[in-house]
Design a protein around this ligand. Structure first.
Ligand SMILES: Cc1cc2nc3c(=O)[nH]c(=O)nc-3n(C[C@H](O)[C@H](O)[C@H](O)COP(=O)(O)OP(=O)(O)OC[C@H]3O[C@@H](n4cnc5c(N)ncnc54)[C@H](O)[C@@H]3O)c2cc1C
Length: 478
């Protein structure tokens, strides 16, 4: 066989990461278009090892769904553990592959890994191609009039609202299989669900994974809640949002598909469609900021905040109470409990829980960031970091620190009938809801909590906490 004919039949490796879908997958489409066998690979590398318990649990479900979807197309998912370069090199040797394709990621660690990989493969004469797909707009294509990324949301929204986005790609009908499949590690051996311990059973009842589930969810949302999204998206006790964030985070659905659905709904007169597209652009905003200013992940985005005197002890009694959903402030506790039971938290509830931690408890936003990273099934590096910095006041386009959410007035405004609180707080109720009770099954046994315990007293008075936060702010401002 000559080198040319070998290249014509050599498999293409498609390295899946946060793009666990078959449609709207430019890398997979391009691989199939070569007419050569395609081998889908997922690598348990440092990035996977570093995931929090809930995202790892959710990834396990996503990988199972992706493998099942690939098998319907005559293919399968090859699982390997190790550094990406070594694993891919080994697969190239084993399969004779001459090409590796993947969808781009934008966090600094993935960027560094992927660009080193690309140059190494190219040097070895292997075709290495990266494709867009995780975002609507590549970060380097959206710039302010004077150059550089948008640091404020509204002008970015105006800049992209009318832009064309890539068309939707159909899934392949069949995926050509190699003559011999390389070996794959059993997913069970990776024990991705282990960190969740008993909580996994509780959260699993609230999670559906995979592209098919994502498409169903989008359809349901378009048929029902999209029209009232603008009016209801802020009410945590109402099923008023898309609940697509898990799927978007793992790429089980593309943002393009969500965008296209919203455009169609808008043309058909759905009042909430534009607001929904704005939220998709908040996701882009977070990603573009992470790409251009990666310190958003770890440092106060506004450098002047370096001098602010946060509490940096994540083990104080009030912070522990926050983590456990036992601050004695019902809306904050309901938010945290929703997260333990479902793996998710309503956006309004995230803002209130985050504001309480960073302001009433004067605690460094990074403690909250890390806690959410462990417990959210929709954890996303860019949106989580931006969300925390936005609430804390040190981030881009942030609300000023002195604007402190009052959980009581927030509750009157956004949960006036107390439906959200009933959903998540059991103590003190003669007939608690099943979801409120399941919080006690979801949390670690070591917390020794039971629904018979009295509901806790507030760890800090709302007025006192607010004044303390304002004093700290004024001391810092000088
Ligand atoms: C402190 C804090 C932490 C957060 N952490 C995460 C996180 O780890 N992962 C995550 O996906 N989102 C995060 N968010 C953003 C937001 O809360 C969730 O995206 C949203 O609640 C998901 O629910 P949904 O899919 O029903 O959203 P919808 O209201 O239906 O919105 C549609 C999609 O738009 C995107 N989106 C909506 N709001 C935002 C936002 N404020 N910022 C960025 N993207 C947004 C999401 O991809 C979402 O799925 C965080 C927000 C805060 C305040």
């Amino acid at each position: 066989m000559t080198a040319d004919t070998r290249n014509e039949t050599a498999p293409v490796l498609v390295w899946f990461r946060r793009d666990l879908r078959l449609s709207d997958h430019a890398a997979l489409t391009a691989a199939c278009a070569t007419g050569r066998p395609v081998i889908a690979v997922f690598i348990h590398d440092d990035a996977v090892a570093g995931l929090g318990a809930a995202p790892r649990f959710r990834l396990d479900l996503g990988l199972r769904a992706l493998d099942a979807a690939l098998r319907e197309k005559g293919s399968r998912l090859i699982l390997r553990r190790g550094g990406a370069q070594e694993v891919l090199r080994q697969l190239i040797v084993e399969t004779g592959a001459r090409s590796v394709y993947w969808t781009r990621l934008y966090d600094p660690a993935s960027q560094a890994r992927d660009s080193a990989l690309k140059s190494a493969l190219k040097q070895e004469g292997i075709e290495a191609r990266s494709f867009a797909g995780h975002l609507l707009f590549e970060p380097w294509t959206v710039q302010t009039g004077t150059g550089g990324p948008y640091r404020v949301f509204s002008p970015m929204w105006r800049a992209v609202a009318g832009r064309a986005v890539d068309g939707l790609l159909p899934p392949p009908d069949r995926i050509a299989a190699p003559a011999d499949w390389p070996g794959s590690e059993p997913l069970d051996d990776w024990q991705l669900q282990r960190g969740m311990r008993l909580g996994a059973r509780v959260v699993a009842a609230h999670v559906q994974a995979g592209e098919a589930a994502a498409l169903d969810r989008l359809d349901d949302f378009c048929a029902s809640a999209m029209a009232r999204y603008k009016a209801k998206r802020d009410l945590p006790g109402v099923d008023g949002t898309s609940r697509l964030s898990d799927y978007l985070s793992l790429g089980e659905i593309s943002p393009h598909r969500c965008w296209a659905a919203a455009l169609r709904a808008g043309e058909a007169g759905a009042a909430g469609a534009e607001t929904f597209r704005k939220e998709l652009v908040w996701r882009e905003f977070a990603y573009h900021l992470m790409y251009h200013t990666p310190h958003i992940l770890t440092e106060n985005w506004r450098s002047e905040w370096q001098g602010f005197r946060w509490n940096t002890d994540g083990g104080t009694a009030p912070v522990t109470a926050w983590k456990q959903g036992r601050t004695g402030v019902p809306l904050v506790d309901a938010a945290m409990r929703e997260m333990y039971v479902t793996g998710r938290m309503h956006n309004r509830a995230r803002m209130i829980a985050a504001s309480y931690l960073t302001k009433h408890l004067l605690t460094d936003w990074r403690i909250g960031r890390d806690w959410f990273e462990q417990h959210l099934t929709d954890w996303d590096p860019a949106s989580n970091a931006m969300g925390w910095q936005w609430v804390a006041g040190c981030g881009p386009d942030a609300s000023p620190y002195f604007r402190i959410f009052n959980p009581e007035t927030q509750q009157q405004k956004f949960d006036p009938d107390g439906g959200y609180l009933r959903q998540w707080i059991a103590e003190g109720h003669r007939d608690p809801t099943p979801t409120a009770l399941s919080y006690f099954d979801a949390v670690p046994e070591s917390w020794a909590l039971s629904p018979e315990m009295p509901y806790p007293q507030p760890v800090v008075g709302l007025r006192e906490g607010r004044e303390r936060a304002l004093d700290a702010y004024h001391d810092w401002r000088g």
